[in-house]
Design a protein around this ligand. Sequence first.
Ligand SMILES: *Cc1c(COP(=O)(O)O)cnc(C)c1O
Length: 440
Amino acid sequence: MTETAADPRRLVPRTDTVLADPRIAAAVRRLGRGLVKRTVIATQQRARRGEIAPDTVADAAVAALPTTATGLHPVLNATGVLLHTNLGRAPLSAAARDALALAAGTCDVELDLDTGGRGRRGAAAIDALLSAVPAAGAAHLVNNGAAALALVAGTLAAGREIVIARGELVEIGDGFRIPDLLTATGARLREVGTTNRVHPADYAEAITAETAFVLKVHPSNFTITGFTRSVGLPELAELDVPVVADIGSGLLAPHPLLPDEPDAATALAQGATLVTASGDKLLGGPQAGLLLGSPGVGVELVQRVRRHPLARAMRVDKLTLAAFEATLRGPVSPTRLALDADVTRLRARAEALAARLVAAGVEAEAIDSASTVGGGGAPGVVLPSAAVALPEEFAAMLRAGDPAVLGRLESGRCLLDLHALPPESDDALAGAVLAAERSP
Ligand SMILES: *Cc1c(COP(=O)(O)O)cnc(C)c1O
């Protein structure tokens, strides 16, 4: 086939020409040449395939450029799952985001500005944690909850035994399992009880000179009901070995809406020697693993864990330290605000949003909804909520938007549940639905 001058593929502007467009040149300074050039080339290919007109390549490339040099997209969490692991769990407070931005430069993370000498890394974050949990005698931070548990097992139980109930051999998610995590550190598991029942005597009989500690894992992503029996921390604390409580969600003190969710203060008061937890679940902070020790033996064990060689491999970065401290010292986290949101306020927001959308010609309706804390904690707890129901086709269009919106499909409709979203995001949510409505 011979190409004629009219062949649109020959009219596609050259890469250098597109890169010289002032808007694209500005994007190169902001995003880097490689990323912008790839976007330009992809846009030229669309023109060659006839998907866009050749004279719109520069405009289309500008539209296709990301706002930042990351492939991550902001997503409004309208799922009604407060802690959505696929969406990065807890959103950070404005105070924590400011702290992140500060720490992103050079900062005194490990320097004593008074003396000019070396300071204790992360001391301010640890102090904030100890102030938030006065019952603890010592604390340490690592990269996530799984790391905290692995470091405890590796330090205290390598070549020895961890006594754990069969009903607490939990799969956390993405195929990762707590028993595998523990044995990967060189510890052996001594399983006690059955899937549904375990008694204090089962633990007592399993304890030998080989026992490093008894581990109590909170089943944070499932419930078992019926003929069940588990052994609580007060009973475990009567055994003559350290008790490690993996509470999971990182509640530091009891929460009235979640009476069955364990918290660090209560676990320590009930006799746990060590408590491990996540930073980005109900605590509402960045991904981190908390380790808290009881006064006395717990302090000694935290010191040992901190000095273990693997502690260095699990060290948190300055960004995490800054955001974690600001979460504890700053205003109430978005996760806690969402958890405590009043359902009448949620309904009022859903009605206002639906009215706005209906006025713009969208088939929308405010409805009652039910939300959950999510895999991050409080399994089985249903939180009353409110949502805007849209036709199902909106789901895919909303995911493709900017910001993307992730709703929940239910009974053939796309529900936008407001529980996990702060009221400030309602304008953005309405804007996203209207943009989806207008999209081809
Ligand atoms: C979430 C969870 C973990 C893992 O914590 P990450 O911070 O996700 O690594 C471990 N144990 C329990 C009980 C959990 O709920």
